[in-house]
Ligand binder design. Structure first.
Ligand SMILES: [Ca+2]
Ligand SMILES: [Ca+2]
Length: 190
């Protein structure tokens, strides 16, 4: 198929360029979740590097490594990619068990029985199409009255899912037809 130069340029301009977009954005806090407990988010992405930033809100006496260890784990498409235990108003020490290069966490604990926050960022290797992130807490089952957790300020960035090659072929064919129609009209006007 021959493409008119203008149509070809237009098709090139529309060709997929890999750049980070916001795939998930949840600024508001979730309801309190017990430990053990989990919550999952599903979203579509383009293949490649992305990242997640979120805040774990610990309520009352969520515990770090110690007598009542509570362990937080983040799973991407079923695989654990980050885990740690943080003193969010309970006791024990802050410890990261598993983290990829480039992950970070800032733990803030105002005092015993006052909860706390863990602001966490983790790089992601996303799949083309559907992806899932599971946030999980496990540990001493002390009940919602003693301790709970939740999420806020959750943002996932990565590549946008681009159309399949077949879709692009259709689009480019469409440009070709448009170009042919324009040429026919031009000839008719002469
Ligand atoms: Ca506790
Ligand atoms: Ca605990």
């Amino acid at each position: 198929m021959r493409l008119a130069p203008a149509a070809f340029a237009a098709a090139l301009a529309l060709a997929p360029a890999a750049h980070a977009v916001v795939l998930l954005d949840e600024p508001t806090a979730t309801a309190e979740i017990g430990s053990p407990g989990s919550t999952t988010r599903s979203f579509t992405a383009g293949a490649g590097a992305g990242g997640i930033a979120f805040t774990v809100n610990g309520y009352r006496t969520l515990d770090g490594v110690g007598s009542f260890t509570d362990t937080f784990t983040l799973l991407l498409n079923g695989d654990a990619i980050y885990s740690g235990s943080f003193n969010l108003g309970g006791g024990g020490v802050d410890t990261v068990f598993l983290a990829p290069i480039g992950a970070s966490q800032v733990i803030s604990t105002p005092g015993i029985n006052l909860g706390g926050t863990a602001v966490i960022t983790v790089p992601l290797a996303l799949l083309a199409g559907s992806n899932s992130l599971e946030f999980r807490y496990e540990g001493s089952d002390q009940g919602l009255n003693d301790e709970a957790w939740g999420l806020s300020a959750l943002t996932v960035t990565g590549n946008a899912l681009v159309p399949e090659p077949a879709s692009w072929a259709l689009l480019v064919a469409g440009f070709g037809l448009t170009g042919a129609a324009l040429r026919r009209r031009r000839r008719a006007l002469v």
